[in-house]
Write a protein that binds this ligand. Sequence first.
Ligand SMILES: C[S@@+](CC[C@H](N)C(=O)[O-])C[C@H]1O[C@@H](n2cnc3c(N)ncnc32)[C@H](O)[C@@H]1O
Length: 255
Amino acid sequence: MDWNAGLYDQQHDFVAAYGEHLLALLPDGLGFAVDLGCGTGALTGPLTARAARVVGIDASPDMIAQARLRLPQVEFLVMDACDMPWNGSVDAIFSNAALHWIEDQERLTAAMARVLRPGGLLVCEFGARGNIGRICAAFAAAFQAALAEEGIGAAYLNSERFYFPSADEYAALLVRHGFTVRLAEEYDRPTPLKGGQDGLASWMSQFFAQDMDCVPQAAQEKIFAAVADALRASQWDGGQWIADYRRLRVVAVKH
Ligand SMILES: C[S@@+](CC[C@H](N)C(=O)[O-])C[C@H]1O[C@@H](n2cnc3c(N)ncnc32)[C@H](O)[C@@H]1O
């Protein structure tokens, strides 16, 4: 999946802005903290106030290049979170809006459990069960219709691979991997998208980028228009699009 770091910082910076509340769940005076799926580093900077050593990791070279420009003094690594190398030496893993992108959750959770020291903290927030449910349903319908019209044939929807668990489901996964769960709560977070009328198409072009790879440009525009038509009654408030985000916020301790 390709991330457009420039577009992300201009149009989707609300993602990190919401994550600032999550930082408050971390204690001060940490030794070593990892920002997992750090993106362009918007939250890695504030994280440095809480830990002596902070490393931001992200699978996207584009995002890491932008993060290094933003914060040249901070350590950033292009890395798949499932391959983190620090066995038992990390005091806290912080992660905002990243975990739902990762396909192999068993491997990821095993990796997080492996790198945290006993007593180490996981503080994360990502998509909960039902997250962007209306947008995904409208997108799936418009996508399949456009492919049929183009004669491309049915294609697997990559966006259906997002991991959006319930609080109970995610807590059970963490417990299986040796965590004690202190907090696991789902909540609705209706989220205004920047860009007025174009905001929804701009959001889809980033977040459904993988799906769009197999679709010609003209058909992409048809898909965006069909999704907007389908959602206008419920998600357009007269001045902006409101995405039907649902989040899962978690604090867990490795024992
Ligand atoms: C929506 S962005 C969130 C970025 C940042 N945490 C923020 O709050 O702005 C999701 C990030 O997760 C990263 N990501 C996805 N899969 C990953 C993986 N397997 N390992 C590390 N990072 C990953 C993406 O490259 C992307 O930068």
